[in-house]
Design a protein around this ligand. Sequence first.
Ligand code: THG
Length: 373
Amino acid sequence: MNAPVLAVSRRTRRTPLSSRIEALGVGGYTVYNHMLLATSFGSPVNDYNHLKRNVQLWDVGCERQVQIQGPDAARLVQMMTVRDLSKSVVGQCLYVPLVDVDGSMINDPVALKLAEDRYWLSISDSDVLLWAKGLAYGLGLDVSIDEPNVWPMAVQGPKADDLMVVIFGEAVRDIRFFRFAELEFKGHSLNVARSGWSKQGGFEIYVDDPVIGPELWDALWDAGQAFDVAPGCPNLIERVEGGLLSYGNDMTREHNPLECGLDRYCQLDKDFESIGKAALVQIQKEGIKRAVRGLKISGDPVSSCVEAWPIHDGNKVVGQVTTAAYSPDFESNLAFAMLDRDHWTPGQILQALTPDGQTRDAVVSELPFTQDN
Ligand code: THG
């Protein structure tokens, strides 16, 4: 049987860098925010080994910006998240769980505070633009909301600093984690943040011009030859090791941020106005009934998780695996699972029913994984 093909059309939007990654042999695409996102170059294991040792260029133009600007911009962004933004500053990136009135996860973007009255929500895969426009109308807020022509590009890996210095100068070294600065490329000013969807360190450049994008890619590619640069994309194995949850895979509108282990981004005891706060305060009072944990699953490398796999404790179903990958560095299968209370204690041994029909031991772990947990 032939593998199914992803048909590309205007709905599955290309990015200004699609031509570059296709020339470099992108191996597959997924659709994210109605836009193309690469899934591999070569193989996930080769991509993983390279990412942990060198530096990669990623076309993450699909991380769309929902721009909220105007006199009520700060108020609307605060209404949308349960993270207290009162002490946030211009130049800061903030990871913000967005929730609805039931406290359910709507999205988990990085918010960039561009000015006191202008924000970008760099979103994961759900239609935040429509949600934000609806809220602004319903609440009668004085804001304008749109999706600007901005396509982030990531430079990730241990050699990212050294490569970025060649293009942007020593100033890149001064950018702190989850801060951004305006730096120049060919006389064009770009927001450059120390962030990115890997734990290997690096930057994200918010490309706001479809011509500059490929020129910047080419400049990084040429300079990167000295650092063994390769094209890359968010890597399944690396993100599981690092405990980076994916919205739509590991958390959905079925879950709240407390269940997703995002407690540190929920300041429920602080005094601010947010749509989902009352519901989450109540949920916290009652105690959550399930939570995300890591699992180390025994046996041969498992295939990645397309459908959720059931987790048993004896003959009782106590949760499900949402993402799984074999980690060469841990020499183990690692997974994220949503587990019921009483079955989520690190060290506890459960059973995973893998798609190949096997029942395998699965040891509950804290996230992120360490060699000892
Ligand atoms: N960068 C940008 N936009 C994005 C992502 C990104 N949009 C989609 C998706 N990724 C949003 N989700 C996340 C999830 C985790 C992180 C970033 C975006 C992340 N978390 C840090 C960690 O877990 O180590 C912690 C951040 C903190 O402590 O503040 O980086 O990657 N532009």
